[in-house]
Design a protein around this ligand. Structure first.
Ligand code: GLA
Length: 728
């Protein structure tokens, strides 16, 4: 049974294929986290100790003479401020009388078939027979603030999800100052804190820090999940590797501000709390109002990072992403951004499309600059009307000509933004997020629209529909090119300004949901200056996201390596671009650029007329190869065979089909030197007993995985070697 309740001991067991999570309702009604790890049968309440620990306070229920019970050292499910627990809390409130304590006790629980949903928010989905839900209701008896803790158990995926619904059942407003989504208390062990940090053009580099007494955190206050830190973290037993060691992963299904904190406390317990960043959050909850905290996906692996990543890959691909594109082949596209930037005409776009069609490319994506007076990035955002002068006629005529060449057509938009030089801004200056009387903080010379307002979302939706209804458009690149500042809404009261950042994100989700409902065949690729909003929340609406504005194949190896810890390759937008690379100035050969882009959705972003005949022949072959391998890349298991972040001389990764009958190995040399040592890679994930045709040899899975294979000596750095092999 995925969810069991032991009535005698008041213990919930949440069981997946390989893991168990246990929660106990203790004698005072507090919820204690007993255990999360490899599957067990026994109740684990014997782990909980009670001792007289000086300076750890005792709740009133314990009485005057019992000093052995303290929430300051007990492992908890959803710790709140003001309970005598001085560690990081999930919940911080301010009550109507100014007090800040919230004392949550168990009220009741319910176990249901199927996976709960969160209205208006992205959440893991599963058919009723593949998931179960546990809801535990807690309440503060004094203020009647009620919390419903939701747990979704997806047994086959080894995944447990969490989210929280907060209801004010009292008669006074309670202000939520922090309402995180999940807590993970680990009673013993030392854990490395692994997170994925970076910048624009360099997102999600693998970072590992060993346990440190005190609090460590990463997060975003930029209104988006951010280039700088990703809302996915791993807590890994010291020394964990790809194939050994206990590790916990937590992914936030949310696209706005977040905070991921870990605390290693005085008794060497580890606490992890993940949720919305509290700094800019202040949510007054009036009587009978409800607040929904976004979802966290948790998974555990006892055998290192690889199984943990596979659990997340499968969950995100099959249980977060939605729509027909999850399993359908996505078109190999060519995007004109790095080929032309703003400097194009309809004829230029058509000439790219003509050449692309000869090479087998399947879709043309028209990037920024096709609308309003947008000939540079100082103006035009908000006016989603085709610039017919620039395009040489109506958009639909251009699309028709492209379609006649056998190509699909995709288009770029930045729906959340507005330029001051636009008709939209001139008509509705108060629709931009600015503070009256203060010079606005601009970024890329633009402002953000107030997506917490329905009329703003309605206007943009109508403008987008007019474009999608006017021509045959198969794909949308949804961009977002600034962090949010001056988040003040002309439509909110002063006491409600602290809700705007949360409601902004709900506005984006609302618009995306309306679009995918009205245009179910539309493939939407997310983008935020590349990978500034690369999170499971967006993936609920956009099954692929432009992974980084950095298209340099070597930098991409590092970016895609970090990205792969949580996110499936199907979500990674990746293109072959020209050299010298526009972001780094580096020149990498054509084959290597394609090898790296194939660990993603695969496409091109360059001016085809600059290519040699030989390069064009290569494109033909690469498109054929990708179309041969796409299913293996989409549904196969992805294995990291090297750690470029640790200075490995080469980068290697492998796709293995789920039935183990086929694989695609990719290797890129990252450095070279005179008289170099030989390099080898050991494969993972094959059937040891099966025989495979690997290049011109027949080798067992066991040999490929244990002996390994020699990497051909590279004549130069940045060479690639790609081998597709089959079981015989
Ligand atoms: C962002 C995107 C790029 C491109 C430009 C267009 O930077 O990440 O891919 O679309 O905007 O302005």
């Amino acid at each position: 049974m995925p969810i069991e309740f032991n009535h005698e001991r008041n213990i919930f067991s949440l069981n997946t294929k390989n893991t168990t999570l246990q929660i106990k309702i203790d004698r005072f009604g507090y919820l204690l986290r007993l255990y999360y790890g490899p599957a067990i049968q026994d109740p684990a309440d014997y782990i909980v100790r009670s001792d007289d620990r000086s300076f750890s306070p005792n709740p009133g229920d314990a009485g005057l003479d019992d000093r052995t019970f303290s929430l300051d050292f007990l492992p908890q499910e959803y710790p709140s401020r003001g309970t005598g627990d001085f560690r990081i809390a999930c919940l911080q409130v301010q009550n109507a009388d100014g007090s800040t304590s919230c004392d949550l006790r168990y009220v009741s629980h319910e176990i249901r078939d199927g996976k709960y949903e969160i209205p208006g928010l992205p959440a893991v989905h599963a058919t009723a027979d593949r998931a179960e839900t546990l809801v535990i209701i807690m309440e503060d008896r004094r203020t009647r603030l009620r919390l419903e803790l939701f747990y979704g158990v997806l047994s086959e995926r080894d995944v447990i999800t969490r989210s929280v619904r907060i209801i004010n059942r009292g008669s006074d407003t309670v202000v939520l100052e922090k309402a995180a989504s999940a807590c993970l208390d680990l009673i013993h062990g030392r854990y490395d804190f692994i997170h994925f940090a970076g910048s624009h053009n360099g997102e999600r580099y693998f970072e590992k820090n060993s346990a440190m007494k005190g609090v460590r955190s990463v997060g975003s206050k930029r209104g988006v999940s951010s280039h700088q830190h990703n809302p996915f973290i791993i807590l890994a037993e010291e020394g964990a590797t790809e194939t050994a060691g206990r590790c916990y992963g937590l992914a936030f299904v949310w696209s706005g501000d977040f905070l991921a904190e870990t605390e290693f406390d005085q008794y060497e317990h580890t606490r992890v709390v993940l949720g919305i960043h509290p700094d800019e959050f202040r949510y007054p909850l009036r009587p009978n109002e409800i607040f929904l905290a976004p979802e966290v996906i948790m998974s555990f692996s006892a055998a290192g990072f690889t199984p943990l990543s596979h659990n997340f890959h499968k969950t995100i691909l099959y249980n977060v992403c939605r729509g027909e594109h999850v399993l359908k082949k996505r078109p190999v596209l060519i995007n004109n951004w790095e080929a032309t930037y703003f400097d194009f005409t309809g004829d230029k776009i058509l000439s790219i499309a003509e050449q692309a069609s000869e090479l087998g490319i399947e879709m043309l994506v028209l990037d920024d600059g096709w609308f309003g007076n947008r000939n540079d990035d100082f103006r035009g955002l908000g006016d989603w009307v085709a610039n017919e002068k620039k395009l040489g006629g109506p958009l639909k005529d251009l699309v028709k000509k492209i379609n006649e060449l056998g190509l699909k057509f995709g288009i770029w938009m930045e729906p959340e933004m507005v330029s001051e030089d636009s008709d939209l801004y001139r008509a509705h200056p108060d629709w931009a997020l600015t503070i009256p009387g203060k010079e606005p903080i601009r970024s890329r010379s633009q402002l953000a629209l107030d997506f917490s307002r329905k009329e703003v979302v309605d206007n943009i939706f109508d403008q987008m529909c007019a474009i999608f209804d006017s021509a045959d458009i198969d794909y949308l690149k949804w961009d977002m090119n600034r962090s949010l500042c001056d988040v003040w809404s002309a439509a909110a009261r002063s006491t409600e300004q602290g809700t705007v950042r949360y409601r902004y994100v709900l506005g984006i989700y609302d618009l995306l949901e309306r679009l995918i409902t009205r245009y179910p065949r539309l493939l939407i690729e997310g983008c935020c200056g590349g990978g500034g909003r690369f999170d499971a929340g967006m993936m609920y609406y956009t099954p692929q996201i432009w992974c980084s504005d950095n298209t340099d194949a070597i930098d991409r190896i590092f970016i895609q390596h970090g990205t792969s810890f949580a996110y499936p390759v199907s979500a990674v937008g990746s293109h072959v671009s020209s050299v010298p690379n526009h972001q780094t100035g580096r020149s990498v050969n054509f084959d290597t650029r394609a090898t790296v882009a194939m660990a993603g959705t695969f496409g091109y972003e360059l001016d085809l007329s600059d290519l040699t005949a030989e390069e064009k022949e290569k494109i033909k072959q690469q498109v054929k190869d990708y179309n041969k391998y796409w299913r293996l890349i989409r549904t196969g298991d992805y294995y990291r065979l090297s750690n470029p972040a640790a200075g490995d001389r080469l980068a290697a990764w492998l796709f293995v089909s789920e039935d183990g009958s086929e694989g695609l190995l990719s290797v890129v040399t990252l450095s070279t030197r005179g008289n170099p040592p030989y390099d080898f890679v050991r494969l993972i994930g094959l059937d040891p007993k099966r025989m495979y045709r690997f290049e011109n040899r027949i080798l067992s899975g066991s040999a490929l995985m244990n002996v390994g294979v020699p990497v051909p000596q590279a004549p130069d750095e940045y060479q690639s070697w790609q081998v597709h092999f089959h079981a015989v």
